[in-house]
Ligand binder design. Structure first.
Ligand SMILES: [Fe+2]
Ligand SMILES: [Fe+2]
Length: 388
């Protein structure tokens, strides 16, 4: 017993000194994979709740890298006091931690996104509504059922309780449940959803790019839209990562999910790109539904941390969407993100209706008349005859 205590203490102190060495060498490095056995004096005063995904150890390894309050105030104006280092489910309302602060270099002032966002007016964002395209072919039906299965697994994995689920008869358009989700539950869902949503556009864009090179054919404007979609999804993810901190269990889930989803999407897109676009269209229907429900809960005052007037959305989001000064609440941010999802929904349902080999991308084409298609306002996408 005594020898095991001594070896545990020695082992712990070795890891502490390793962490300090690493922190001195690379201050921004995130050290993961830390043991649960740590000195009691280092434990955080309020342990995390034992919810699904909130599996960060009681003492977070980055506590050893915790800078002083002054260092924080200097590093970023987002902080009013040192942030909490608790698990995923305990994101504070006003203490946004800079998960990946911008890298300081000798010469670079700022790195702007390669695809600047086109922006939305408030009317455009408010016009977005949940919608559903009824499956018409067996391929549509398979895509829809796969998305429903994914949704079911997601609800199960994130520990949604009975009252927190919406009307099961209208799962994609109903946005009211008897119990709201907490801010932490929303963030788990957003991070997981966005990390998955960024995959299909990249796979589809990559395969169409390779197809064009291999077959010496034009692509007709699909590749850029698909890659931009996955870039846009990643910006959603980065925005939420500025507000939350997944535990190790969540990180493992993300790696596993990406491994499975990327490879499945790769094979499926080679076999039937039409079904894949339909699948993404249905996935985006779910995303619009999810963000609409979140907006309703913010409006109803059920998410007090996000309704707090002190709450500040990340600078990264302000810059990417070019959000005006008086529209920087959490509700506004979710409106921007929902409008993006509505664009993805309309684009993918439309692409699923087109001839994959020959048709040009309607959303980057110039039209002879003035019937420029607007993907965000077309929940079921455009039929081929309407845009080609
Ligand atoms: Fe997204
Ligand atoms: Fe999306």
């Amino acid at each position: 017993m005594l020898s095991s205590r001594i070896s545990a203490r020695r082992w712990t102190s070795n890891h502490v000194s390793l962490a300090r060495t690493a922190a001195l060498a690379r201050p921004n490095t995130l050290i993961t994979g830390w043991p649960a056995v740590l000195p009691a004096a280092c434990q955080y005063p309020s342990p995390p709740s034992p919810r699904a995904f909130s599996t960060t150890p009681i003492i977070h390894p980055r506590q050893f890298l915790r800078p002083s309050q002054n260092e924080y105030m200097q590093r970023t104006r987002l902080y009013r006091s040192p942030p909490s280092w608790r698990s995923f489910s305990t994101t504070p309302a006003v203490h946004l931690r800079d998960f990946f602060p911008p890298m300081e270099t000798e010469q670079i002032r700022r790195t702007a996104p390669a695809w600047p966002h086109k922006g939305f007016s408030m009317d455009e964002m408010l016009a977005v509504q949940p919608g559903h395209r009824e499956p018409r072919t067996w391929g549509d039906w398979v895509a829809w059922k796969l998305v429903r299965l994914a949704r079911y697994c997601m609800d199960l994995a994130t520990g949604l309780k009975d009252g927190q689920q919406v009307d099961p008869k209208n799962p994609t358009t109903a946005v009211v449940a008897s119990k709201p989700l907490t801010e932490a539950q929303w963030l788990v869902r957003f991070v997981f959803l966005e990390s998955i949503a960024g995959v299909p556009g990249m796979v589809a864009g990559m395969l169409r790019h390779l197809n064009s090179l291999r077959r010496l054919k034009r692509d007709n404007g699909w590749i850029e839209t698909l890659l931009e979609e996955s870039f846009n999804e990643r910006m959603h993810l980065l925005t939420f990562m500025k507000m939350s901190e997944p535990g190790w269990f969540m990180k493992i889930m993300l790696i596993g999910a990406q491994g499975v989803f990327f490879n499945s999407m790769f094979l499926a897109y080679l076999i039937s790109p039409k079904i894949c676009h339909r699948f993404v269209g249905y996935l985006e229907e779910e995303a619009v539904h999810t963000y609409t429900r979140c907006i309703h809960e913010i409006e109803a005052g059920l998410l007090p941390k996000w309704s707090d007037p002190e709450f500040r959305i990340p600078d990264l989001a302000v810059q990417y969407w070019n959000i005006p000064e008086n529209k920087r609440t959490m509700k506004d941010l979710v409106l921007y993100i929902r409008a993006d999802e509505a664009v993805h929904r309309g684009v993918n349902h439309t692409l699923g209706n087109l001839d994959q080999a020959e048709d040009p991308n309607p959303f980057v084409s110039e039209y002879k008349g003035d019937q420029q298609p607007k993907a965000a306002l077309k929940p079921s996408g455009y039929e081929r005859a309407d845009v080609i």
